[in-house]
Design a binder for this molecule. Structure first.
Ligand SMILES: Cc1cc2nc3c(=O)[nH]c(=O)nc-3n(C[C@H](O)[C@H](O)[C@H](O)COP(=O)(O)O)c2cc1C
Length: 183
């Protein structure tokens, strides 16, 4: 798909199934790591989660929630456990914050956000559906630890990717007059 078309027609898709080929996964990762990066810190980590690891992530979510709130109802824990099974592939995108660097933390987080956006656009350009998700689990210290991240790191999102299962929603209309001004 032509680049501008891909960017302008990208739409989040939550119903995902099937599989993502290793070649396409590589293309998405290569697109992700072309993100702009002040100071060339490469302040990112992309965690590939597929197959049995999806179940492992679900268990990590459920354990983290129970640890934080031991009164959590079982149905909430079950939902958290099954959430990662909503797609055949999840790319966890994280900002690896370098605190010694002169580059402000927000710029390192934004750079990781650009990784996530490049992955979304490339997934769409390759014909897959994808959606950027966070939720409470993206802010859990236990989840971070379970993924092998440091306390100072930030999970910027879990990008769920797969074949589009069913219809896609219409592109939401954004009124550019409300978000653009010519100063
Ligand atoms: C940082 C970030 C976190 C998000 N987390 C969630 C989430 O946890 N669950 C969800 O349904 N949508 C989440 N979204 C929104 C969707 O990814 C999506 O952008 C939204 O549904 C609008 O659809 P569109 O991307 O097709 O315009 C998040 C978006 C961003 C940028």
């Amino acid at each position: 798909m032509e680049a501008l078309t891909a960017i302008q027609t990208r739409n989040s898709v939550s119903r995902l199934s099937g599989k993502v080929s290793p070649d396409d996964l590589e293309k998405m990762i290569f697109s992700g790591i072309r993100a702009p990066d002040h100071g060339m810190l490469r302040p990112w980590r992309i965690t590939v989660i597929q197959g049995e690891s999806l179940k492992k992530l679900g268990k990590l979510f459920s354990d983290a929630k129970l640890d934080k709130d031991p009164e959590t109802p079982q149905r909430t824990l079950d939902k958290l456990r099954s959430n990662p099974l909503r797609a055949p592939l999840i790319l966890g995108v994280c900002a690896k914050i370098s605190s010694e660097s002169k580059i402000p933390e927000i710029e390192q987080v934004l750079s990781a956000g650009a990784v996530a956006q490049n992955i979304l656009n490339s997934a769409h350009a390759l014909g897959y559906g994808a959606i950027w998700r966070t939720g409470e689990m993206a802010y859990s210290e236990l989840v971070k630890k379970g993924l092998g991240l440091e306390k100072s790191d930030k999970i910027v999102g879990f990008i769920y990717i797969g074949e589009i299962d069913g219809k896609t929603k219409n592109l939401p209309k954004v009124d550019e007059k409300k978000v653009v001004d010519f100063w």
